[in-house]
Design a protein around this ligand. Sequence first.
Ligand code: PAF
Length: 282
Amino acid sequence: MKIVKTIDEVRKIVREWRKQGLSVGLVPTMGYLHEGHASLIEASARNNDRTVVSDFVNPMQFGPAEDLESYPRDLDLDAAVVSAHGGDIIFNPEPSEMYHEGFSSFVDMTVLTEELCGLSRPVHFRGVCTVVSKLFNIVKPDRAYFGKKDAQQLAVIRHMADDLNMDIEIIGCPIIREKDGLAKSSRNTYLSDTERKAALVLSESVFLGMDMVRKGEKDSSVIISAMTAHIQAEPLAKIDYVKIVDCKSMQQITRLDRPALCAMAVYIGKTRLIDNFFTEDV
Ligand code: PAF
């Protein structure tokens, strides 16, 4: 397993692989890898001859008041996770390698981004689409792997790849949870012990919502009210949103009469966490 810092070097390595007729998977990450990322790397290693894991905390997708500076970083940890799970290279560029002076081209999207996380993080998806496009252009993978925890991101990337004729298969992988249910996230490391316990309201309310769907509830507001009440009973939790949207358009729906995504963002203290379920997975 090799750590590569420059675009030229990744391209050279991938070109050599291509000459040998090997297929390539890409797992885009911001590092501080956990079992969620490990499952993406494993999925890629299973279905491709070679796997590139990008490890880049992308400044463009953080708003001015967000956690860019404090976002956890540990390249040694990442290297251990990537080699243990079958990755071949880590692409870990400096911001100046990805965004040279005078950088001024962006990939933006006018649909799918105005609801859910897009509402409270207005620059986020422009940053995600731009960096993921760049990674796709640099690595030119056959397949790219993303977690379903970032469900809106997955929908946005699928849409972008389709709109811009990117010849890459986009693969969504299941949410990986801690034993007690909390969805794995690099941001969980921000939580104190008390906050870590309080954070369980996210997964508990996801399981509550899933149960209601399983029992046949079709009224979005009934499900949202029950989930919201559960979260609000936790004093350390502050809801950003709990919403049910159409899986394709990411627009809110009042009845579960088509495949839907129930998604939430909740602050536990200062840490903003997300979780969700797809009605199709219930
Ligand atoms: O999901 C993430 O970690 C990031 O948004 C991504 C896709 C690596 C782009 O920076």
